[in-house]
Every structure is written in C-alpha cells, then in structure tokens.
Design a protein around this ligand. Sequence first.
Ligand SMILES: NC(=O)C1=CN([C@@H]2O[C@H](COP(=O)(O)OP(=O)(O)OC[C@H]3O[C@@H](n4cnc5c(N)ncnc54)[C@H](O)[C@@H]3O)[C@@H](O)[C@H]2O)C=CC1
Ligand SMILES: O=C1[C@@H](O)[C@H](O)[C@@H](O)[C@H](O)[C@H]1O
Length: 338
Amino acid sequence: MVQDLRIAVVGAGRMGSDHIQRITRVVSGAYVSAIVEPDAGRAQAAAAEAPGAAVFSRIEEAIAAEAMDAVLVSTPGQFHAPVLEPALEARLPILCEKPLTQDSASSLDIVELEQRLDRPHIQVGFMRRFDDEYAQLRELVASRASGELMMVRAAHRNPDVPEQYTQNMLITDSVVHEFDVLPWVAGSRVVSVEVKYPRRNSLALSHLREPILVIMELENGVLIDLEMNVNVQFGYQVTTEAVFERGIARTGEPSGMQVWRDGRVSTTEHTGFETRFARAYDAQVQRWVDAVRDGRLVDGPNAWDGYLVALCCEAGVRALTDGGVQSVVAPERPAFYA
Ligand SMILES: NC(=O)C1=CN([C@@H]2O[C@H](COP(=O)(O)OP(=O)(O)OC[C@H]3O[C@@H](n4cnc5c(N)ncnc54)[C@H](O)[C@@H]3O)[C@@H](O)[C@H]2O)C=CC1
Ligand SMILES: O=C1[C@@H](O)[C@H](O)[C@@H](O)[C@H](O)[C@H]1O
C-alpha cells in the first residue's frame, strides 16, 4: 500500500463540495490535497472543509505544482474534456463525474487518448452501480432464480430543477444514469430509444415539456420503460420494478421508521440525490481510492462505458426532438476495456 492518496477535486460546486466532505470525513486512505475552482468564493468555502488543501484556479497549475496523485472531476459536463485531457497527459488516475463528456465524439477522443496509456485510468461517476439494491438486482438477474428478466418499469423523479435545466438535460443530465445502470443490471446493451410525451405538468418550468416516458430496448429483448420527471414537488425518488418469468423485484421503496399519527401512517422520503444515494457515493469513492492505491486504478464503470452512454444519450435526444425509435449503434468494446 502506498501513502494516503492525495486527491485534487476539480470543480467545487454542489457535487464537488459533497465529494470534498466525503473524502475528508468518510473515506479512508485519502485526503483532499488540492481544490481547483475558478470561482474564488467557492474555492475558499471548499478549502475550509479540507484543511491543508492548496487552491488553484486551473488544473494545469495543480499539475505543474505536483499537488496530487489522483483527480476527481466535478465540473459541469461541458468542462470535463478540458480537465480530462491534461490529467491523462499527466498519467493521473481520474474519477470523473457523469457524463464522461458532453457528446460521443469528445468521449471517443478521450478513450483514444486513454488507450495511449498502459491501462484504463478513468472511472466514470455512475454511482448507482454502487447502490446495494441495484447490485442485488443485478445478481438476481444473473442467477435466474426468478426466471428470465422480461421487462423493467423504472421511475426517476426529482422534486424540481434549476431554471438553467434544459429540455435535452432530461436525457443528458438525468436519464444518463439509467442508460448506464439498467443495461448493467440486465446484462445487455441498449439498442434503441424512444420518447413519449404524456400530458404536460402545468407546474413544470415554462420551457420544459415534461414528464417524459423513455422506452429502451435491450439487445436481449428486455424492454425498459422509464418515467423521467423533474417536477414531482414531494421529494426525490428513484425506483425500479423488474418483471421476471416467476416473480418481480422492487428497489428504491421508501424505508425506515414508519409513524402512525392522526389516522395516518407515514415514512420519510428523500428530498435530493445526496441522501438517496449517499451510501452509493461513499462506496464509489472508497472503492476508487482503494483501486488507485493498489494499482488497479479503476473499480467501476470505465471510459468505454461512458462512451456507450454518450451514444445512448444522442439517440435519446434525437428521440426527444424528432420522435420515432432511434437506434443505438455501438462498436465492439476494445480489449483494453475488457
Ligand atoms: N452523480 C450524481 O448523482 C450527480 C452528478 N453531478 C455531476 O457533477 C458535476 C458537477 O455538477 P454540479 O456540482 O451540480 O455543478 P455546479 O455548477 O454546482 O459546480 C460546478 C463547479 O465547477 C466549476 N468549474 C467550471 N469549470 C471549471 C474548470 N475548468 N476547472 C475547475 N472548476 C470549474 C464551477 O465554477 C462550479 O463551481 C457534473 O458533471 C454533474 O453532471 C451532479 C449532480 C448529481
Ligand atoms: O445526476 C444527477 C443530476 O445531475 C440530475 O439533474 C438528476 O436528475 C439526477 O437525479 C442526479 O443523480
């Protein structure tokens, strides 16, 4: 085992600050040695959470100062590629928040750049793979204990989204998670995507037409229907019902203490992804740290997985705007990413 891993967190906004607290308070074998953030106020606020961390405004400065052994990228998606490129050139292991990059062409550029190294260096932050229930569901599918999986009914519900959330972000920022985790659970890749519009929620932001219904077909014939809804008001909810030949399985159901009062029974629901997936984010970062420290560098979705999801997102955006059933055509996975 090497010394505690020195991590540079690049981008100290909502997710970056959450990761800084996680690395500082929860994860073992690592600490935040550098914060890269162009917004001075955010950088200072983040530095207060990570005693001793050096602050930089550009990743190139942190690399030149040799301020880290590994990089956690939590800038907005359109700024992932400009951070990934110098980090790869410096041969640094990387945990990159989803998406890998904003489109499949730039994702392909990244996987081509990465293949010049001796092995994969990038793990992509599709943290749902580290959620216990998704992992159990994947095992149930693979075991065939309930027979073959036939269909999946999923829901991804956010209480609200900020004004700058666009129509395409329903796919590229939100459904992006299901494009990774559901094929991983089902053991088969996405071959087509279709989007249907139910009646619009009059409470949605005026520029959004939502909720939407996303239908994915997998290569093995499994059909997935996903309600993507970013304006449910009551809380944050991600649920999956898997339909097998001899049974069903459900994940994401509300759990915890039930309270009976005034003729009602209630259970607390999550209000954001930070609590709903807290254990998954913790496990994701811990396993990445462990993998970097023992030389494996990646223990989870890699850059090729990120590229496949980028292809799905492009088909999803086409389905959102042009309608119809949009195919996802993916090349063979290179042996480098086996
Ligand atoms: N896994 C998950 O469930 C979630 C993942 N995310 C992902 O996390 C990433 C960040 O999202 P948020 O924290 O919501 O964004 P945010 O807008 O709150 O924060 C991004 C920060 O990055 C900084 N930044 C921009 N360009 C930079 C650069 N070149 N170098 C360094 N810093 C730079 C900005 O100044 C800002 O402080 C995105 O990729 C997003 O998709 C976000 C929410 C949940
Ligand atoms: O990644 C995330 C956000 O960026 C996205 O906006 C939300 O819809 C997702 O639930 C969350 O996990």
